[in-house]
Design a protein around this ligand. Structure first.
Ligand code: RIB
Ligand code: CA
Length: 327
């Protein structure tokens, strides 16, 4: 039985790898891709999603919907230093032998539907059987909850890539990027009562792809996608070497997407998590109540949090899906 999903994303290099995984996984029926401001501004995120849809050409083609251009209250911030100015490793560097662009800019139709409206409509059409996978800041989901909370409570599941539970953040010492960009949206979502499965840095930082693995995958994949894999990841790999002194890119979004396909990839724990929205240096922190005290003395859990991952199992799954014949 296919799982009907909507993928909310801010592509982003790791978002792109997650979308490749989604379209290579028969367990998922991707009903819609909704874009949000995050790694890159909204318009670029939407163009990147359209470029990926043109590259992969999934059948049937999911709806592409434009989401929020800015967080609920903060001004927009991006992560172009990590993902490149275009969000996909600066693909305009690459040319065909005849000098034409290897990745022509997709033309976005002006009348792309609105993400919140598409999400609400799909929940109405598929009550209790639609899953939402969020790979970027939670602005679109928060907007949908603000628009019609009762209807959004009919989501079957929400898998969220975000947060850092008792481990360092990646955009500030305490906060993970997706939560930090829109902490007010995240807090609203976390307190909503939705069936949330959180996939934080605790697990996603443990699953990395090294240059050799990328090379091996690229050689085994269909040529255009194999080239895209190398082209899109090269700048992020350089960034990791310069800033983190590690020659590997963490697969944040592919791990979260993978959890929606095979929950056994991670071990989860029910926890109460609060998002810090007031602190000047702690803004965006995801604070879990891990005190070793009686449960009745703590707030009841508001989500299931992935704290352990079988990284080898996931990497094998990821590689197998991207190029079945390689393994
Ligand atoms: O912190 C990692 C997350 O922030 C990933 O989703 C990445 O794509 C960025 O959106
Ligand atoms: Ca992302």
């Amino acid at each position: 039985m296919e799982k009907r999903v909507v993928i909310d994303t801010d592509p982003g290099v790791d978002d792109a790898l997650a979308l490749l995984l989604a379209f290579r996984s028969p367990e998922l029926q991707v009903e819609a891709i909704t874009t949000v401001n995050g790694n890159v501004p909204l318009e670029q995120a939407t163009k990147n999603a359209a470029l990926l849809l043109d590259l992969v050409d999934p059948q049937p083609r999911p709806i592409l919907a434009r989401g929020s251009a800015r967080p609920l209250r903060k001004g927009p911030i991006t992560a172009q230093s990590v993902h490149g100015s275009d969000g996909l490793g600066e693909l305009n560097r690459f040319k065909n032998p005849d000098g034409s662009p290897r990745y022509p800019h997709p033309q976005l139709p002006q009348n792309l539907p609105n993400a919140t409206e598409v999400l609400l409509d799909l929940v109405r059409r598929y009550p209790d059987e639609l899953s939402l996978i969020t790979l970027g800041p939670l602005t679109n989901l928060a907007e949908a909850l603000l628009a019609d909370r009762k209807r959004m409570k009919r989501l079957q599941e929400v898998v969220i890539m975000g947060g850092a539970v008792g481990v360092p953040g990646n955009i500030t010492p305490g906060a993970e990027f997706n939560i930090f960009v829109d902490p007010h949206a995240a807090q609203h979502v976390f307190q909503s009562g939705l069936p949330i499965k959180l996939v934080p840095l605790n697990v996603t930082e443990k699953v990395c792809l090294a240059p050799m693995q990328i090379e091996k995958l690229a050689q085994a994949m269909d040529k255009p996608l194999g080239k895209f894999l190398c082209d899109a990841t090269s700048k992020a790999m350089e960034h990791m070497k310069q800033v983190r002194r590690m020659a590997a890119i963490p697969l944040h979004d592919p791990v979260a997407l993978g959890v929606a396909i095979d929950p056994s990839i991670v071990k989860t724990t029910p926890l109460y998590i609060h998002v810090e929205t007031q602190g000047d240096i702690t803004e965006g922190m995801t604070l879990a109540d891990l005190r070793p005290i009686r449960d009745d003395l703590k707030k009841p859990p508001n989500m299931h949090v992935a704290l352990e991952v079988d990284a080898e199992q996931f990497l094998g799954f990821f590689q197998d899906r991207l190029c079945p014949r390689l393994w």
